[in-house]
Design a protein around this ligand. Structure first.
Ligand code: CP
Length: 316
């Protein structure tokens, strides 16, 4: 991948709520900036000097919380962590989301929030005149998908026409992969059970953008067809946070979508396995695949930090 010298901030939407805010060119620029930050972190050590950023979490996290915290501090900024993971402290219960946002903008320079409902992020963004970054919602996980495509570009080079298969639940990660695959010219095949397909409006946006970028977004129900010849096979938890009561039904419905050695054998010989983690060995993926030589899941985790630093560098 080409890296440039200290990359100038690019002009983008002031928030990152879905991953669809940015043009194809801006999305590519962000991946290039991520590569430069990874290669030369010292050059970005004071990007956030004197800046305070609120990290609001309604759901548990390992990767997102640590990578934002370490990433912000490594750029000279400070973190204010607001723990809303306990039901007794649920966001919006003590005062409205709008009032939380209007107060925060008086003290901090940005908000990173993991929430149950996408509308909470939208309400924060509408009421705070500071950048709001989606750290996962019920609908989208843009930081994850950006790190995933950065990981693929780092390993395989240019992503135009890259064949990526996503197998499993048409969830928040899947939605962000669709938005970004479309913007990066990727050929994405998504295989889900019929009742768990990604949202039609997300697919429609992906297909619209794909016409400009020559990307391809295909939906299907057969995991074998999706994986056939793919250079990367991606899956995620069958039961996302917030859907725990459906766990037993989902485990039965999704069983044919398990990524195991047999399914991986249909992909290209040098294909990689991807998962945003945490993974459930024996459910959506077998241990032999998750812990095997084709797995790049820890590269994805590591790269969360560089991509998020690039997002912060761009928005602040
Ligand atoms: N993939 C991801 O977002 O991990 P965490 O839930 O641990 O943050």
């Amino acid at each position: 991948m080409t890296t440039t010298s200290l990359v100038a901030p690019i002009s983008l939407s002031t928030d990152l709520l879905t991953g669809a805010e940015w043009s194809p060119a801006h999305t590519r620029d962000l991946l290039h900036l991520s590569a430069d930050i990874k290669a030369r972190p010292i050059r970005y050590a004071s990007t956030l000097h004197g800046k305070f950023i609120a990290l609001i979490f309604e759901k548990p996290s390992l990767r997102t919380r640590v990578t934002f915290d370490v990433g912000i501090q490594s750029m000279g900024g400070s973190v204010v962590f607001l723990d809303h993971t306990q039901a007794s402290a649920s966001l919006g219960a003590r005062e409205s989301i709008a009032d939380v946002a209007r107060n925060l903008e008086r003290w901090v320079h940005g908000i990173v929030a993991r929430v149950y409902h996408q509308r909470v992020l939208e309400e924060m963004a509408a009421n705070a005149n500071i950048p709001v970054i989606n750290a996962l919602s019920d609908k989208f996980h843009p930081c994850q998908a950006l790190a995933d495509f950065f990981t693929l570009e780092e390993r395989f080079g240019a992503l135009r026409s890259f064949k990526l298969a996503y197998v499993g639940d048409g969830n928040n990660v899947c939605h962000s992969l669709i938005y970004l695959a479309a913007r990066l010219g990727v050929h994405l095949r998504v295989a889900t059970p019929p009742d768990y397909a990604p949202l039609p409006e997300v697919v429609a946006d992906g297909k619209r953008v794909a016409r400009e970028t020559r990307a391809k977004i295909e939906l299907m129900t057969d995991p074998r067809e999706a994986v056939s010849g793919a250079l990367a096979v991606y899956t995620d938890s069958w039961t996302s946070m917030g859907f725990e009561e459906e766990g037993e039904i989902r485990n039965a419905v999704f069983q044919p979508y398990q990524v195991n050695a047999e399914l991986m054998s249909l992909a290209a010989p040098d294909a990689v396995f991807m998962h945003c983690l945490p993974a459930h060995r024996g459910l959506e993926v077998t241990p032999e695949v998750l812990d095997g030589a084709q797995s790049v899941v820890l590269d994805q985790s590591e790269n969360r930090m560089y991509v998020q630093k690039a997002i912060l560098h761009t928005l602040f």
